[in-house]
Design a protein around this ligand. Structure first.
Ligand SMILES: *Cc1c(COP(=O)(O)O)cnc(C)c1O
Length: 227
């Protein structure tokens, strides 16, 4: 079942890319395993998955212990500052940097273990009060502050779209994130070159890819009815 689901997701990624004349190789698939057990994770790894996404540090630490570094681990959920220490040990990319305080803590813990931690800034493109993330208008200043830290490396932006019945309704948020990235990269006299746009989940990844996503985070479409 997981094999069929994964195959179907991969096909849908390819078709979405074709619609906008992009190469599917430019889209990373992060398999979100927060609802999956270690056996299911081993299964997707055996099917060629290379990126694993978890939203809680404690769960990720246990699963990482069991499965190891056969995959790259992504922290996609809200990260509390007191978990930064464990997070930098296992994650290759933290998608959810949303405060200077958290950036500082990641920097400090990464420095202790001699690592430069790759991160994304989580942007609250929809402005929903219930969502974490930096407001779009504050992202540039935030990047300016992050630049003070030598042990974090900013690779891109992440957003979570509102839950809606029709994915077309969230297209503007994905477009806004792409435009924000392009704007940042075009600022004169800076060396900003952030590439990653982490956007798109089970219900909206096709629209996200059409709008330029190059990293989708997919859970349910892969693991539903998995056993
Ligand atoms: C759970 C989760 C996903 C995956 O969601 P699905 O709808 O299961 O594909 C993606 N991103 C984040 C931040 C999540 O918490």
């Amino acid at each position: 079942m997981i094999a069929d689901n994964l195959e179907s997701v991969r096909r849908r990624i390819v078709r979405s890319c074709e619609r906008v004349s992009r190469s599917a190789e430019g889209v990373s698939l992060v398999c979100v395993t927060k609802e999956a057990d270690v056996d299911a994770i081993r299964t997707i790894l055996s099917l060629g998955a290379t990126e694993i996404g978890e939203n809680r540090v404690q769960d990720a630490v246990l699963k990482h212990k069991a499965v190891g570094n056969m995959a790259a681990w992504h922290m996609i959920g809200h990260l509390q500052t007191n978990k930064a220490k464990d997070a930098v040990k296992i994650f290759s990319l933290i998608h959810s940097v949303d405060s200077v305080r958290l950036a500082q803590e990641i920097d400090k813990e990464a420095k202790k273990i001699g690592k430069v931690q790759d991160v994304l800034i989580q942007v609250n493109t929809s402005g929903e009060k219930t969502k974490f993330g930096i407001q779009p208008g504050a992202v540039l200043d935030f990047i300016g502050e992050m630049n003070l830290y030598n042990n974090i490396s900013l690779k891109g932006l992440m957003t979570i779209a509102p839950e809606v019945n029709d994915p077309e309704l969230v297209r503007p948020y994905f477009k806004a994130l792409r435009e924000l990235r392009d704007k940042i990269n075009s600022i004169p006299n800076t060396q900003y070159s952030i590439r990653i746009l982490s956007m798109g989940m089970t219900d909206d990844f096709e629209v996200a890819i059409e709008e330029g996503s190059n990293m989708v985070r997919i859970g349910r479409a892969i693991f539903k009815n998995a056993t």
